[in-house]
Design a protein around this ligand. Structure first.
Ligand code: DUC
Ligand code: ZN
Ligand code: ZN
Ligand code: ZN
Length: 472
């Protein structure tokens, strides 16, 4: 039978190779790769373009409960449109357990939020905030088997922080069930101590957000998370690693033979703490946790991306409206950095920033780029080999990428619900022109071309069948 689709004349890049070849698609899957894949009902001319595995962003927050009166700026519709606009074909969002709530109920809630809304495929990590005996003994083991083999835990925030004992109890479930734990490593008491002190000194401006959680706060928590994981006998994933000091802890753990995976994000490459110190309340546009650091830490993050310290590069897309952050949530938000919600949008900017600053500037290879933005996400989080590569049998999840297009990042190109982008004005080379999910073009030439709800939920596999990530 003829193919449904042939992508002809492009250059295919995977985590292992770059090759000139055509791609044949039938029933949503890649069924042929080669010089001549034969007749097809439809042809896309990819001359001059890279044919990349669609981006997998394994760290995005969509419609996640933030506390009374604070709304996230993207639900599953606008958030996945933004993802597709940025060349992504899969996102893994979070299902947040609220304290006192069953984890099962939380998962049902987030499915309801996503149903009929998503443009790209999606999965859920679980955020465990209340590890009761029922959660540890029944809910988590059952949910891992149902396709949620990864949990995030927090070492800070009033309504999320776990004690060391609770972390160990969750880690122990992960060990038994072969799940992967993602750790938010910043120390709760250290941050409160620093924030109280800054507030007492009248230092309530947005820049104090960064001052209240310096690198030592992240370094201490990273070290503690690694030690607890060693004690429990599990690998961990340290998410949103911001700079030199946390990297040193991760590299130290690796030298000890421990399996510590690490993720970093665009804000740690192109923003610094000085951005939080912009005039007025403008700095609130850059409030995320951990905060961006300094030029020395940016250089350390680049070394970690090129040298294999980091397996994944994610956006940590966590969108709010500046008008809300700076004003609408009331005088309190203006009155103190402590009231500004923590998070910035980035799902549409992630790939262009890493491609331009990394591949074009010669800091990482094209193969590193593909591993860091797609393949390793699929491998670590149980989606490989269906997702994350261009290979026979894989879903035809593809970003057609113009490696030479020069673009200035602006708010209107992001297609997200935030009313700003922290990357406004950044000039990049390389841009996604067409995004295809399971053989269907969903975003093309700056426009949505498939209906909301096309994106499907992806149950994921546990680490028993999880492939190892590419070395960097
Ligand atoms: N952690 C995240 O992963 N995202 C936003 C805020 C936070 O603390
Ligand atoms: Zn976090
Ligand atoms: Zn690893
Ligand atoms: Zn996050």
């Amino acid at each position: 039978a003829p193919l449904d689709l042939a992508i002809r004349g492009g250059t295919v890049a995977t985590a292992a190779d770059t090759m000139r070849c055509d791609v044949g698609v039938r029933d949503g899957r890649i069924v042929a790769l080669g010089d001549d894949v034969g007749p097809a009902a439809r042809t896309i001319d990819a001359a001059g373009l890279l044919v990349l595995p669609g981006g997998i962003d394994s760290h995005v927050h969509l419609d996640q409960f933030q506390g009374e009166g604070i709304a996230m700026a993207d639900g599953f519709r606008s958030g996945t449109v933004s993802a597709a606009a940025g060349g992504n074909t899969t996102v893994i969002a979070f299902a947040l357990q609220r304290r006192g709530e069953s984890l099962r109920a939380a998962v049902a809630d987030y499915h309801a939020k996503a149903r009929g809304e998503a443009l790209v495929d999606y999965g859920f990590h679980l955020i465990v905030t209340d590890p009761t005996p029922g959660v540890l003994g029944q809910e988590l083991p059952a949910l891992v088997k149902d396709g949620y083999p990864s949990f995030k835990v927090f070492m800070t925030y009033d309504d999320m922080v776990l004690t060391d004992r609770q972390l160990l109890d969750v880690f122990d479930v992960a060990r038994r069930e072969n799940a992967l734990v993602m750790v938010h490593a910043e120390g709760f008491d250290s941050i409160r101590f620093m924030a109280d002190r800054l507030e007492a000194e009248g230092r309530t401006e947005p820049a104090s957000h960064a001052a209240s959680r310096p690198e030592v706060v992240e370094r201490e928590a990273t070290h503690r998370a690694i030690a607890l994981a060693e004690l429990a006998g599990i690998p961990i994933m340290v998410v949103h690693v911001s700079g030199r000091e946390a990297i040193e802890q991760i590299e130290w753990a690796r030298r000890r033979g421990l399996t510590v995976h690490a993720e970093t994000c665009p804000q740690y490459l192109v923003l610094t703490a000085a951005d939080l110190d912009r005039p007025g309340t403008e700095g609130a546009k850059f409030v995320c946790s951990p905060p961006p650091r300094d030029a020395e830490s940016q250089a350390a993050v680049w070394r970690g991306l090129a040298g294999g310290t980091f397996q994944t590069f994610s956006s940590d897309h966590c969108p709010f409206r500046y008008d809300d952050a700076a004003g609408k949530t009331g005088p309190k938000a203006r009155a103190s950095f402590r009231a500004v919600p923590n998070g910035i949008p980035g799902v549409a900017a992630r790939l262009p920033i890493l491609f331009s600053e990394g591949v074009v500037k010669g800091r990482i290879t094209l193969q590193d780029f593909v591993a860091l933005t797609a393949t390793n996400h699929a491998k670590l989080y149980g989606l490989y080999p269906r997702k994350g590569s261009i290979a026979i049998g894989a879903d035809a999840d593809i970003a057609l990428w113009d490696p030479e297009r020069r673009v200035t990042i602006t708010q209107d190109l992001m297609h997200h619900g935030s009313d700003y982008t922290p990357y406004e004005g950044l000039e990049v080379t390389g841009w996604p022109v067409t995004t295809m999910v399971r053989g269907r073009v969903v975003f093309d030439g700056g426009r949505v071309v498939a209906e909301a709800g096309y994106g499907a939920f992806l149950p994921r596999e546990t680490s028993g069948r999880r492939a190892s990530p590419e070395a960097g």
